[in-house]
Design a protein around this ligand. Structure first.
Ligand code: ADP
Ligand code: MG
Length: 340
C-alpha cells in the first residue's frame, strides 16, 4: 500500500515535471542542432517539446539527393547526363523545374537554371583558384539557353539538348525549406529558426508570441560572421544572395558563384548582398539571385514595382530597405549608410 502511494506520488511528480519542462523548453530554451547538408551548414533552433531536427535534416538530405547537379544519382544529374534523351522525374522535381523555367522567362534570363555548363566551370575555378580559358567560357556560354528546356507535363519528363544541363542551386535551398516547414507544422512545433548557411532561412511560427530578431550578415566581414543590422520577423523565409561567401581571388580580382549568363562570367554587380523576405521559399531564393545579377538600380525598381520585402547593400556600404520592412529593420553598424 505504502509502495503504491509512493509510486502514485512519484508519477504525479514526473507528470508535473514533464509538463513544466516542456513548457519552459517550449517558451525559452530552443533545441539547437547543426548538420552539414546541401553544401552548407544547417542550423536549427526549435521551440518545441519534441526534437524534430533529425526529421528536418533527413528531408533536406533527400532534397539534395534529388536536386543536386553535382551528385551522381540525383534526378538533375540524370537529366544532365541523358545525352539529349528525355528523363522522367518525380512530380516535385518536375514542378520545381517548371517554376524555374517560368522564373527564367519573367527575369529575361537573368536567372537561368540552364546555367550548369557555366556554373560547373566557375565552381571548378573557385575550388582550384585557376581562371578558365576564355574559349572554355564562350563554349560553355553557348550551351546555356533556358528556352531549350522541354517539359512534358503528361509524362513528367524533361528533355535537354546534348551537353546542356540544369543547376537548381539558386532556388533549391528556398524550395527545400518548404518541406521543413511542413515537418514543423505536422509535429506541433510552435516556433523554429532553420538556417541553411545563412543564405536561406525559415522562420517558423514565433518565439513565444514574439517576433524572431535575426541578424543580417555584413557582406564585408563574412569571415567573422559579423551582423550589420537586424530584422524582426516571424512566419517567413529570408533569402540572401551575394558574392562574398563562395569566391576566389585571382590577380587581385574576385570571382564568385553567381553568373551573368550574358557574359559567361561572374555577375559584375554593384550589389554586395540582397535579402528578400516572403512566404514562398522558392520565390525568395530565385528573387535574391535575380536581383543580385540585375544590379542596384534595376533591383530597386523591381522591388518597388512588385512591393517586395527586401534589403539591398551596395558595394560602397549603402543600405536600401523596402518600405514594407521599415518598421522591422534596425541598423547596428555605423559604417553603413541608409539611403532611404
Ligand atoms: P547561394 O547558393 O549561396 O544561396 P544563390 O541562391 O544566389 O546563392 O544561388 C547561387 C547558385 O545558383 C550558384 O552556386 C549556381 O549554382 C546557381 N547560379 C549561378 N548563377 C545563376 C544564374 N544566373 N541563374 C540561375 N542560377 C544561377
Ligand atoms: Mg537564390
Amino acid at each position: 500500500m505504502k509502495i503504491k502511494k509512493t509510486s502514485a506520488l512519484m508519477l504525479v511528480f514526473l507528470i508535473v515535471m514533464t509538463v513544466f519542462c516542456s513548457c519552459t523548453k517550449n517558451k525559452n530554451t530552443p533545441i539547437s542542432s547543426q548538420h552539414y547538408v546541401m553544401d552548407t551548414v544547417l542550423s536549427q533552433k526549435i521551440y518545441s517539446s519534441a526534437d524534430v531536427s533529425d526529421k528536418a535534416y533527413k528531408a533536406l538530405q533527400d532534397e539534395e539527393n534529388r536536386l543536386s547537379a553535382f551528385k551522381e544519382g540525383s534526378e538533375i544529374y540524370a537529366i544532365n547526363n541523358a545525352s539529349g534523351k528525355s528523363v522522367s522525374v518525380s512530380k516535385e522535381t518536375f514542378e520545381l523545374i517548371e517554376r524555374s523555367v517560368s522564373f527564367a522567362k519573367e527575369s529575361g534570363y537573368l536567372f537561368d537554371v540552364s546555367v550548369y555548363p557555366l556554373s560547373r566551370l566557375w565552381k571548378d575555378a573557385i575550388e582550384s583558384g585557376k581562371l578558365p580559358e576564355k574559349s572554355a567560357v564562350s563554349s560553355a556560354k553557348a550551351l546555356v539557353d533556358g528556352n531549350k528546356i522541354t517539359l512534358d507535363k503528361q509524362n513528367l519528363s524533361i528533355t535537354l539538348p546534348e551537353n546542356m544541363g540544369l543547376d537548381l542551386g539558386a532556388i533549391a535551398k528556398g524550395a527545400a525549406l518548404e518541406n521543413v516547414r511542413e515537418i514543423y507544422e505536422q509535429n506541433g512545433v510552435s516556433g523554429a529558426i532553420c538556417s541553411l548557411g545563412n543564405s536561406a532561412m525559415l522562420l517558423f511560427g514565433n518565439k513565444a508570441g514574439e517576433d524572431f530578431k535575426i541578424g543580417l550578415r555584413s557582406p564585408f566581414k563574412a569571415e567573422t560572421a559579423q551582423t550589420f543590422a537586424t530584422l524582426s520577423l516571424r512566419d517567413c523565409v529570408i533569402s540572401t544572395s551575394g558574392g562574398y561567401e563562395r569566391y576566389t581571388e585571382i590577380d587581385g580580382k574576385t570571382y564568385h558563384h553567381i553568373i551573368d549568363t550574358k557574359t559567361g562570367y561572374p555577375a559584375e554587380s554593384d550589389i554586395a548582398s540582397v535579402t528578400v523576405v516572403g512566404s514562398d521559399g522558392a520565390f525568395c531564393d530565385y528573387m535574391s539571385t535575380r536581383l543580385f545579377v540585375d544590379g542596384f538600380n534595376n533591383a530597386i525598381k523591381i522591388i518597388e514595382q512588385n512591393n517586395l520585402d527586401a534589403v539591398v547593400v551596395t558595394n560602397d556600404e549603402k543600405v536600401y530597405v523596402s518600405k514594407t520592412l521599415e518598421s522591422r529593420f534596425e541598423l547596428l553598424d555605423g559604417s553603413f549608410e541608409r539611403i532611404n
